[in-house]
Design a binder for this molecule. Sequence first.
Ligand code: NAD
Ligand code: UGA
Length: 458
Amino acid sequence: MKRNILCIGAGYVGGPTMAILAQQCPDRRITVVDNNAARIAAWNSDTMPIYEPGLEEVVKSCRGRNLFFSTDVARGIAESDIIFVSVNTPTKTFGQGAGCAADLQYWEKTARLILQHATTDKIVVEKSTLPVRTAHAMSRILHSGASAVHFEVLSNPEFLAEGTAIADLTRPDRVLIGGADTPQGRAAVAELVALYGAWVPPERILTTNVWSSELSKLAANAMLAQRVSSINALSALCEATEANISEVARAIGMDSRIGPKFLKAGVGFGGSCFHKDILNLVYLCDSYGLTEVANYWRQVVILNDYQQSRFVGAMIRAMFNTIADKRIALLGFAFKADTGDTRESPAIRITRLLVEEHARVVVSDPRALDNARKDLADLGDRVLFEPDPYAAAVDADALVFLTDWREYQALDFTRLLPRMRRPAFLFDGRRFLDHDALFRLGFNVHPIGSPPLSHLDN
Ligand code: NAD
Ligand code: UGA
């Protein structure tokens, strides 16, 4: 008999991963539960709670057949055999490790819920990103009750990126499964391998011990973020020396040992995970007394913050050392294109820095304006929100591009320019526009990572 699957946590990971599992394994019954009733209602409606290209089609093809969304966590636990835990693990904001360690309260409460409602043996799969050795703590909580129920804890971190989640899940570079080297551990790993084997080629399914699996997730994110910080560090040097970061990235990326991906300079990495996972790694290193290692990784985050303040500093200098009372149209608030997610988006910090300088900021974004309104709620009417970029540009001194939406490449800049005050500035924080063409149109163009193209005397 095929065993029932439950996922606790219906967020950016739980929803899409289970939708693909349901699509690829039509003979499995998969339930996704969450204690956020509004989120579950959205998963059951025509409007998905998150924007992710292709997701809606997959959900609609499986929902009600073998994919179910519910708030009944207790029942879900009782009726399932394999439980994926995909709850949030944000950075702790209080007490010991505040600002660095992972806040494990949601994960810990979930473990206790599983213990409370389980009456049969379960495989419990860590899908959330967790500090190394969390599986050990989870196993201890799960076995702290009086019952004889056995829980086998596996680590199966998720590597999907937002905006490309459906492709990443359908054709993953690898699936990583960590389990204990015991008869029960090996059996549980084999069961998860068989589950993914329905659509993932065997050579892409990697099995390791639990701790390697947990650490590999933090390490992968740290290495990816480190590449972004490395290229951004070089972008500062390019601006100072008339080198061009796109040319440098191309030249170094053609070395097959380095490779071309993740070498795009910009206003820095955002998203819910890079920042928190590196800080989590830093905290782990510090707690094992590895100060130099901790400091090495900490620098990746410091450089990322620097890139944003450097970008704002360059704007102020270009605009005659004052942006007070100037209208700045900030185009793109999502942390990357093809998502409405704004968690840790560089746009949040950049907007705040601009407001501190008393600029009048107008934020526009094709998908992320609702989240932007929440992120900046405390700024009140010091920030305006405008879905139409052409309206945002009216009387603006500068257009500032912070997300590389394809829609923005298709903007009619000959319509935008006449609406703006002169001299008109354009700051490309993602290096995705045609700078020469914009300069010829009359913009003073300031791309991150290469010298400005200016009509003004220096
Ligand atoms: P999220 O905040 O979007 O979703 C987590 C969900 O868990 C929320 O809806 C919350 O209500 C629910 N939840 C928390 N405690 C619960 C409980 N006790 N019972 C029921 N539901 C509960 O988070 P996310 O972005 O999906 O990330 C989840 C985990 O996956 C994190 O550890 C994250 O680091 C990791 N991850 C995220 C991504 C990504 O792209 N967002 C990618 C890979 C890994
Ligand atoms: C990232 C990882 O790519 C996923 O493998 C991982 O599963 C996920 O984090 C996670 O653990 O949450 P995600 O944050 O969704 O995925 O998006 P990325 O494509 O990695 O982009 C992250 C940030 O880096 C974005 O702000 C993006 O604009 C920036 N970036 C990326 C650059 O500035 N330059 C690049 O070359 C690449």
